[in-house]
Design a protein. Structure first.
Length: 358
């Protein structure tokens, strides 16, 4: 449940830290979006937040975000208006009046970018998303899990071109969008099809923005008190290992399977911890026994800097806390949904091992 009617500048740092955490090693660096969001919220500006229960039947919501290479996006910077322009173009394409925006995934910079879009368009932002974390592909969202189309989809590419995709299965949309992004500059602003209030209630994962703020606040307090290695109080962040990264091996992979293997030694138990990662952290083994998997959220936090570590930035010699958080309840509400985001959906032949919650 959204507790704050408005989002203001005092919440940006907690949201940025929490969004990086639920990025699970992917989703792009949230600090760049945080700087832009602070600029919008200067001079006591605020952005209205809605929770799903506050939607009127007449409301129409678009989920937005960016996709592509975070590394390229750092070099080829956006002008900051792309998401707002994508929503305006979607309204023009469909003839529907968009009354709110939300994130298609709450992890990484996509946890903050919809607020920037909302501020630019003077629209409210919905406290929800379509994934509850960062994901790697357009066919991994809740819409696809329930058989709902992800088109029409509108992309504004890094080279300035606008592309609309109508029709096609989700995996075909992913392939077409990925090819366009590769040839169009490496990243794109993306606007999902407009959803009416009933569709949002059925397919959106509620409360994910608030959760990121709470997680970021809890982690920030633990970092300030230098207790991250021991755990993060008053949150659902569990520290399952604490130690120094001993080795990082990059290797080729096909599809969504692991392309990075990380080893560290837990200073508390002397256990050898192995982490398999693709674009996000996927599974954790303790002395060869699998102890954590997707869809739970797995993240490495740099003890020195206090920042979550993206998979591409994992390096030997870094002192880390290995954190785990429970998956959003939406994914656990049916066997069909759980199967859709299980390790097998990433090409790893394992049953999900989920975090016990009280």
């Amino acid at each position: 449940m959204t507790r704050n009617v408005y989002f203001d500048i005092d919440q940006v740092d907690d949201l940025a830290l929490g969004s990086a955490l639920v990025g699970c090693g992917g989703g792009g660096a949230s600090r760049y979006a945080a700087a832009q969001l602070k600029e919008i919220l200067r001079d006591d500006n605020r952005i209205r937040l809605l929770n799903v229960s506050m939607l009127r039947d007449s409301d129409v919501v678009c989920a937005v975000g960016t996709m592509g290479s975070p590394a390229v996006a750092r070099e080829r910077l956006a002008d900051g208006s792309e998401l707002a322009r994508s929503v305006t173009a979607m309204a023009r394409h469909t003839g529907r009046k968009i009354t709110a925006v939300t994130s298609f995934e709450c992890g990484g910079d996509n946890g903050l970018l919809p607020l920037i879009c909302a501020g630019q368009l003077n629209l409210p932002c919905l406290d929800a998303d379509l994934a509850g974390r960062a994901v790697s592909r357009l066919d991994q969202f809740s819409l696809t899990a329930e058989g709902f189309p992800i088109t029409p989809m509108l992309l504004i590419l890094a080279n300035g071109a606008t592309m609309t995709i109508d029709g096609g299965e989700a995996h075909q949309v992913e392939e077409l969008a990925r090819a366009a992004i590769t040839s169009g500059g490496g990243w794109a602003a993306v606007c999902f099809p407009p959803l009416d209030a009933g569709e949002v209630r059925a397919y959106a994962l509620p409360g994910t923005l608030s959760r990121s703020i709470d997680l970021g606040s809890a982690l920030a307090q633990a970092l300030e008190s230098r207790t991250v290695g021991a755990g993060v109080a008053e949150s659902d962040i569990a520290v399952i290992a604490h130690g120094r990264i001993q080795d990082v091996t990059r290797h080729d992979s096909v599809g969504l399977s692991s392309n990075t293997t990380i080893f560290l030694k837990d200073v508390r138990t002397d256990a050898v911890i192995r982490i398999e990662a693709g674009d996000e952290y996927l599974i954790v083994l303790n002395d060869g026994e699998v102890i954590a998997t997707v869809p739970d959220l797995i993240c490495l936090v740099d003890i020195r800097t206090g920042q979550p570590i993206e998979t591409v930035d994992a390096r030997s010699g870094t002192d880390v806390a290995l954190c785990r958080m429970p998956a959003h309840p939406w994914w656990l509400s049916s066997a069909k949904r759980l199967d859709f985001c299980s390790p097998r959906s990433y090409g790893i032949d394992l049953d999900p091992i989920l975090m016990r919650t009280s």
